[in-house]
Each structure stands twice: as structure tokens, then as C-alpha cells.
Design a protein around this ligand. Structure first.
Ligand code: C2E
Ligand code: MG
Ligand code: MG
Length: 367
């Protein structure tokens, strides 16, 4: 079902033995339903910046989940679960309400308020109560509708064409703007653009990544910007990280930039400070700053990573029996190890991971 939900030509791996990944998914799925009432969801904001001046012109609201055991969980992990269980409806309404409340607060603090875009899953429009709910949230918060932009992904738009078409029409009639998110990833026909009253298209990060690397993709980006301009739409480039990408986009007169080069998504308090500054400067590689080595024990940096089987043996004092997952050990020493895994794992004293590997012919087990 999960593969089907991702559209055609997709697959998902299923295993009947519970490994760390499915264990975590199980945990998350179980706890998600309580996340709002337990105050575990938070909204972060990422500025959208004028490519020429660096002025903040808008921002995107992005939800995060502060899970008591698994730490900060990315929406990439829990939004698909929420969509499967239908809880995405509650999350979407909650995020919109939070955004409205924040806008009101910023106004009261005399900050220059910019429009905020909110991601709405197309599923929302399949439930009959959405019109009333959207109107009520805006009304209750007494928000000028032009301060809200709804982001709909290209993929979901194609999947629920009729419902989304009606929804867009209604949303526009309220004075709320519409952005087409992840543009270029859903293989929609360009004719969609003329059929829908879209205000903004957001060029997906997967294109931006190729700037200064792949000529063909640069040509596609150029054409998309040109096309959007011709249709009187605003264009945002998403996921801009490097100065090369920024200067290419400036050259092509792409109006807005959203990316780590100006700011990562930040908590509301930090975003308020950005609003006070209003103009952002591009910064590079702030993440790769090296930390001083505070380790007490020497670690051996392995020339080639060591393949190892990892499992989780105890969580919050309860032992568990799970299958193992392959990880790559990068360095190792008496004080710990560093390994690579695609699973996001918390480091905390009440979770014990076990590693099995072979070093010079000897089987080694580490906890
Ligand atoms: P999206 O709507 O396309 O949001 C942009 C994503 O790109 C965000 O990931 C953002 O942090 C990331 N990003 C921005 N600039 C850069 C950059 O320079 N480099 C890199 N590597 N990444 C960058 P995030 O916050 O993890 O969100 C992932 C997706 O989860 C979103 O993609 C959106 O589809 C979904 N999502 C997030 N919040 C919500 C929500 O409230 N409701 C719904 N339905 N979906 C949400
Ligand atoms: Mg978005
Ligand atoms: Mg996007």
C-alpha cells in the first residue's frame, strides 16, 4: 500500500522480522496520535529571500516532532505515517492555526510581518469539512488572507485532480495564495500551469543541486523561470546551498531563494530575530565548522569503513529482541564508535545498541 501511495514505478521493502527501522516506525505510529495534545509538535520557519536584495519576503512553516525518546523527528519520517493514518488532517489544521497565532503575535510586537506558506496535504481536500475549517481558522485568528499561502505538491495535485481543482478555486476566492511545491518532480504536464490559478511555483531542490554541474538541468531551470514569468507567476528556488547556485539563479532573475545559504528552518523565536533584521546575507558551510576534539579516548580512524550488524537490545530499561541492520563503522576506540546508518537514532544512556563485526578474523560484539 505504501508503494502504491507513492505512485507508479515505486517499491517498498518489507521484512517480517522486526528491525530497528520497523521498531522505530511502530513507535512513531503509535505515538503520533498523541503528539498534538502532548505539545510535541513545533513549527519552524524558513525564510524566502529576495534574490537581489536578501530581504525576507516570505517564509515557509515546517513542522517538527520533538519525540520524548527518538528526539527531533523530521517530517520526512512522520508525514507519510500521518498521511497513512489520516492524522495529517489534524496536523495540517494545527500548523495553520499556529501560523495564524504567530502572525497575530508578530503584529502585536510591531514586527514587519511577511506572508507565511503552509504545506497542505491534498488529502485534506477530500474530506468534506475542510472549507469550513479553513475559513474558521482564518476568521478566529482574524488574519488577512493574503498573509497565507497554501503549498500543494505537484504529485498530490495530479493524484486528486478534481478535488484539488475545486479546492484551489475556493482558496483563491478567500484571498489566500497558492504555491505549487516540489515543481518538476511530479511529472505533471506543463499545461497544468495554465489550468490552475497558481501564484507561485517552487522549483524542487533536486534541480537546484545540478546547477554548475549538469548543463541540461540548467537549461530546464532557465526554461522554468522563463515560463513562470511569462505566466505571471512568482518563482522560488528551493534548497539553494552554494554561491554558484545563487549566482546562477540571480543571473536568471529567479525572484526568490529558499535555502540553507540564507537560513535553515528555525524555531519561532529565532525567526522573530530574523524578521527584526529583515535582510539576510548568504553564508557558506556554517555546518562544516570543526568542533574541537573533546574525546577522552583515542579513536582509530579506519581506512575503509568496517561492515557491522547493529541491533537495539534495550530501550528505557526494557530489553527488546530485534533483527539486525547493517551499518558501517568509521572509527572505533574504547570510548565509543562512529558509524553510518540511514536510520536516525538518538544517542542516550537508556538506549543500548549492539554491534557485531569481525576484526582481523575475530568476531567482536560491542554494546
Ligand atoms: P517541502 O515543503 O518541499 O519543504 C522544503 C524542505 O527542504 C524542508 O525540509 C527544508 O528544510 C528543506 N530545505 C530547505 N532548504 C534546504 C537546503 O538548502 N538544503 C537542504 N538539504 N534542504 C533544504 P523539511 O523541513 O525536512 O520538510 C520536508 C517535507 O515535509 C516538506 O518538503 C513537506 O513536504 C513536508 N512537510 C513539512 N511540514 C509539513 C506540514 O506542516 N504539513 C505537510 N503536509 N507536510 C509538511
Ligand atoms: Mg513546501
Ligand atoms: Mg518543496
Amino acid at each position: 500500500y505504501r508503494a502504491k501511495a507513492n505512485g507508479k514505478n515505486s517499491y517498498q521493502i518489507y521484512s517480517s522480522s522486526l528491525n530497528i527501522n520497523s521498531f522505530k516506525q511502530f513507535y512513531l505510529e503509535r505515538d503520533l496520535k498523541k503528539s498534538i495534545e502532548s505539545d510535541q509538535l513545533v513549527v519552524y520557519f524558513q525564510p524566502r529571500v529576495d534574490s537581489g536584495t536578501g530581504k525576507i519576503v516570505s517564509a515557509e512553516a515546517l513542522v517538527r516532532w520533538e519525540h520524548p525518546v527518538w528526539g527531533l523527528v523530521s517530517p520526512v519520517e512522520f508525514i507519510p505515517l500521518a498521511e497513512e493514518t489520516g492524522y495529517i488532517i489534524e496536523i495540517g489544521d494545527w500548523v495553520l492555526d499556529q501560523v495564524c497565532q504567530n502572525i497575530t503575535k508578530w503584529k502585536q510586537q510591531n514586527l514587519e510581518v511577511v506572508p507565511i506558506s503552509v504545506n497542505i496535504s491534498a488529502q485534506r481536500f477530500l474530506r468534506s469539512d475542510w472549507k469550513g475549517k479553513l475559513g474558521t481558522i482564518l476568521e478566529n485568528n482574524n488574519i488577512n488572507p493574503s498573509l497565507i499561502e497554501i503549498e500543494i505538491t505537484e504529485t498530490t495535485m495530479i493524484k486528486h485532480e478534481e478535488a484539488v481543482k475545486l479546492a484551489i478555486k475556493y482558496i483563491k476566492s478567500l484571498g489566500v495564495k497558492i504555491a505549487l511545491d516540489d515543481f518538476g518532480t511530479g511529472y505533471s504536464s506543463i499545461t497544468y500551469l495554465k489550468d490552475y490559478p497558481i501564484d507561485t511555483i517552487k522549483i524542487d531542490q533536486s534541480f537546484i543541486k545540478h546547477i554548475a554541474k549538469t548543463n541540461n538541468v540548467e537549461t530546464i531551470i532557465k526554461s522554468l523561470i522563463f515560463l513562470a514569468k511569462g505566466l505571471n507567476m512568482n518563482v522560488v528556488a528551493e534548497g539553494v546551498e552554494t554561491i554558484e547556485q545563487l549566482s546562477f539563479l540571480r543571473q536568471q532573475e529567479c525572484k526568490e531563494i529558499q535555502g540553507y545559504i540564507f537560513s535553515k528552518p528555525v524555531p519561532e523565536k529565532t525567526f522573530r530575530n530574523l524578521l527584526k533584521k529583515m535582510v539576510l546575507k548568504p553564508t557558506f558551510n556554517s555546518d562544516t565548522a570543526t568542533f574541537p576534539n573533546r574525546r577522552r579516548y583515542y579513536r582509530i580512524n579506519l581506512l575503509f569503513p568496517l561492515s557491522s550488524q547493529m541491533t537495539l537490545t534495550s530501550i528505557l530499561g526494557n530489553s527488546v529482541e530485534l533483527g539486525s541492520t547493517e551499518v558501517l563503522i568509521e572509527d572505533i576506540g574504547p570510548g565509543g564508535i562512529r558509524f553510518l546508518s540511514t536510520i536516525h537514532l538518538p544517542v542516550r544512556p537508556d538506549i543500548i545498541y549492539q554491534f557485531k563485526t569481525t576484526i582481523m578474523g575475530d568476531n567482536v560484539t560491542l554494546s
